[in-house]
Design a protein around this ligand. Structure first.
Ligand SMILES: NC(=O)c1ccc[n+]([C@@H]2O[C@H](COP(=O)([O-])OP(=O)(O)OC[C@H]3O[C@@H](n4cnc5c(N)ncnc54)[C@H](O)[C@@H]3O)[C@@H](O)[C@H]2O)c1
Ligand SMILES: O=P(O)(O)OC[C@H](O)CO
Length: 367
């Protein structure tokens, strides 16, 4: 979509992570006239990118904005971090804690950059959301100001300027507004909100339901089945989110139903693809080895299982996916078990709970 961009003040942005999404967002910001640096832990990426303005491993056909410079492989130092207006984390969830730990000593003093996170997952060992990982590694002040972007946004469509809309949330809504102004373009709309816990849960959970939708398609089921999975997946996500302490309304937004619909209905999705190949009978290990990119739903299913068990919330689809991925349950048996459950009420939200969010906000000094 070729439209004039709105004038936004030029920012200095450091993107951490040079995969599909990091390089796609670096390109978006570079093309919006920001001064962009992209960090990779791979020397080969840094050299290749600075020479050719192409990513050797992802989005290979795309020529990236000339406003981007690659840096690495060592993590940017304090002087560089303090020159930035924004540090954007586009690293899979399981790598966020390690990366923040490396940056922690640079994240002190005044005028810290706005920290934006776009990963969609739950940490496996701790079942922590990213907000909690930030609080653990960098403290409550930084976590309260952190901003999260989520929503239906395939990297390969953003680099082609397909009209895209996302949700942007922070506990400090003025920071979400700042992030939104930096990203917003006529082909990339940002909607702000103040429920980062709900936004994070929605983005992480939809990846698990996308595996379920892919499995159903791989087994040869058609449109009725996919529509059921999307709708019942949304009910389950909303129930889990509300029990956690998030707003049920967040699940009706772009980060919720928007991204769930996208990821459950397109083979562009890596999570859908994992499910589809499982449905066709491939082994998870072989799929992961050959996927070439992260499918966050696979690891998130583990963290989610712990959260569901702790909250004692009913989540038969997420439990079924966990059993297929980690307990050797046959895919067809999993589907049969789901369908053979007794009938139940269609829409129920827990009328108590929220302990997980209360504990997390307490960690952030917000109790
Ligand atoms: N690709 C998309 O369309 C898309 C859209 C929205 C959100 N996301 C989310 O963005 C995050 C990144 O996804 P992606 O598509 O870029 O994944 P990817 O697999 O394409 O790339 C991941 C990148 O992160 C790097 N990385 C992995 N672990 C790291 C670590 N411990 N330290 C430093 N770097 C590390 C890898 O080297 C690679 O460059 C995921 O959480 C994903 O769910 C992706
Ligand atoms: O390819 P997936 O399944 O990781 O989905 C990518 C994005 O999350 C879509 O919004």
């Amino acid at each position: 979509m070729d439209m004039p961009s709105s004038p936004t003040p030029k920012s200095k942005v450091l993107v951490l992570g040079s995969g599909n999404f990091g390089s796609c967002l670096a390109d978006h910001l570079g093309n919006s006239d920001h001064e962009v640096y992209i960090w990779s832990r791979h020397t080969s990426f840094v050299e290749h990118f600075n020479l050719h303005h192409r990513n050797p491993s992802y989005l290979k056909d795309h020529v990236f904005s000339s406003n981007i410079r690659a840096v690495g492989p060592s993590i940017p130092d304090k002087a560089m971090i303090h020159q930035m207006d924004v540090v954007l984390f586009a690293i899979p969830t399981q790598g966020v804690r390690e990366t923040l730990a490396k940056l922690r000593s640079s994240l002190v003093g005044d005028n810290l950059p706005l920290m934006i996170f776009v990963n969609k997952g739950i940490e496996t060992n701790t079942h922590a959301l990213t907000l909690e990982i930030i609080a653990d590694t960098c403290g409550g002040d930084i976590a309260r100001a952190a901003t999260f972007i989520s929503g239906p946004s395939f990297a390969r469509e953003i680099v082609r300027r397909q009209p895209t809309s996302v949700s942007v949330a922070s506990l400090t809504e003025s920071q979400a507004q700042r992030a939104s102004e930096i990203f917003h373009q006529p082909w990339f709309r940002c909607y702000t909100g103040g429920d980062p816990i709900g936004l994070e849960l929605a983005g992480a959970l939809k990846n698990v339901y996308a595996i379920a939708a892919g499995m159903a398609d791989g087994l040869g089921f058609e449109n009725n089945t996919r529509a059921s999975l999307i709708t019942r997946g949304l009910a389950e996500m909303t129930r889990i989110g509300t029990a956690y302490g998030a707003s049920p309304l967040t699940f009706l937004g772009l980060a919720g139903v928007g991204d769930l619909f996208l990821t459950c209905s397109s083979p562009t999705s890596r999570n859908y693809t994992v499910g589809y190949r499982l449905g066709k009978g491939e082994a998870l290990e072989d799929i992961i080895k050959t996927l070439g990119s992260v499918a966050e739903g696979v690891t998130t299913a583990k963290g989610l299982k712990k959260i569901i068990d702790e909250m004692k919330v009913s989540a038969c689809i997420a439990n079924g996916i966990y059993e297929v991925l980690y307990e050797g349950k046959d895919v067809k048996t999993g589907v049969q078990e789901l369908m053979c459950r007794p009938p139940s009420r269609e829409l129920d939200l827990p009328d108590e709970g929220g302990e997980h969010a209360k504990r997390l906000l307490g960690k952030l000094g917000m109790d």
